[in-house]
Design a protein around this ligand. Structure first.
Ligand SMILES: [Zn+2]
Length: 352
């Protein structure tokens, strides 16, 4: 068994879920061998270790994320940075690596968002990736392989995670009570990222669901004219904030700033998908519409914009998603969304 793994793939395809299942199985005191075409080992779910694991308090399972910054020696009152802080890697991995397991044979470290570990921290980790103590298993979770140093990659056993097919996501969402056409929308929206689909579909935003916000938003955007810009931008801003707030309350291990960014990008992504649908109508692509639940709204978008304008608008929306990543003020971003949609000629100069 390798002692260092790198799980790579987009966010929301099950890397952390798999790391947890793997860790739980390794730590289990009564491992079961499941029959089948390829027999495999599984955790029992009933022993002391499994129960402790499920309660979130297993001492030998150590997830490492940038939110741990507040628990480092110098980190009191620090806010979560965008990058993984060096102090977290040093204090929660390197300094601890010789610590023996408390309950069983293994201790498992899972480094979340490894793509945010900078080069000098990666260099500091090399020795332990090369030769960790025999009882250690280290799993790096990474959504952008190009950020990892070749020296890190060469020391890890690589496991790649691909997107999950749409029909599986639709079925999984139906299992948790999300019905047509909502489940189909989130399955397409998430592009194979089941975790992301589940998160959006399960959110409750002041009694509404994000799906209802999406329907309302597209309806309003399809009818928007220049005088509506400020009011609608404000409306989107508020919607993003409310989604962010609801989301934060379900995810303690992600910073509020990151969640708010995801909510903002999510709304812009919804606009991109609607514009793409309108483009599909124009060019007669046989693929079903992502917004098949709102055909009249998509028709309105298609009537308003020529195909060239639609592709230009889509690329501008993609640019605005980058603004979100760069922490540009959200009000400014949503105003740009609206200004682009309602008065594209003028804005082509200011946005470039
Ligand atoms: Zn067990």
């Amino acid at each position: 068994m390798p002692h260092a793994y790198l799980f790579s793939g987009q966010d929301g395809v099950g890397k952390f879920t798999t790391a947890r299942a793997w860790a739980k199985m390794l730590l289990c005191q009564n491992r079961l061998q499941r029959p089948g075409q390829t027999p495999f080992f599984d955790s029992c779910g009933a022993c002391d270790s499994c129960r402790l694991f499920e309660s979130g308090g297993h001492p030998d399972f150590q997830p490492i994320n940038k939110e741990l910054i507040t628990f480092t020696k110098e980190g009191k009152n620090k806010t979560t940075p965008v990058k993984m802080p060096v102090d977290v890697i040093r204090e929660f991995l390197i300094d601890k690596i010789a610590t023996r397991p408390q309950m069983g044979q293994h201790i498992i470290y899972v480094i979340q968002e490894a793509e945010k570990v900078n080069d000098s921290s990666q260099n500091a980790m090399l020795k332990i990736l090369e030769e960790p103590p025999t009882f250690c298993v280290i799993i790096l979770i990474c959504s952008r392989l190009e950020t990892m140093l070749p020296t890190t990659l060469s020391r890890c056993h690589m496991v790649r995670f691909g997107p999950i097919d749409t029909s599986t996501i639709i079925r999984k969402l139906a299992e948790i009570g999300v019905q047509e056409p909502e489940n189909a929308y989130w399955a397409n929206f998430s592009e194979g990222r089941l975790g992301l689909a589940i998160e959006w579909a399960s959110l409750k935003v002041k009694g509404d669901r994000p799906y209802q916000i999406k329907c309302q938003m597209l309806e309003r955007l399809a009818r928007a004219t220049l005088p509506d810009t400020l009011e609608l931008a404000e409306w989107m801003c508020t919607a993003a904030k409310q989604i962010g707030k609801a989301w934060s309350s379900t995810r303690e291990n992600i910073s509020t700033t990151d969640i708010n960014r995801r909510a903002q990008s999510g709304l812009i992504q919804m606009v991109i998908l609607a514009l793409t649908d309108a483009l599909k109508l124009h060019v007669g692509v046989p693929e079903p519409l992502v917004n098949a639940d709102q055909p009249a709204v998509i028709r309105q978008f298609a009537d308003q914009y020529e195909p060239e304008m639609l592709s230009l608008l889509i690329s501008r929306m993609v640019d605005l998603c980058r603004w979100v990543e760069d922490s540009v003020n959200e009000k400014l971003i949503f105003e740009q969304v609206l200004l682009n949609l309602t008065h594209s000629d003028i804005i082509s100069l200011s946005i470039r």
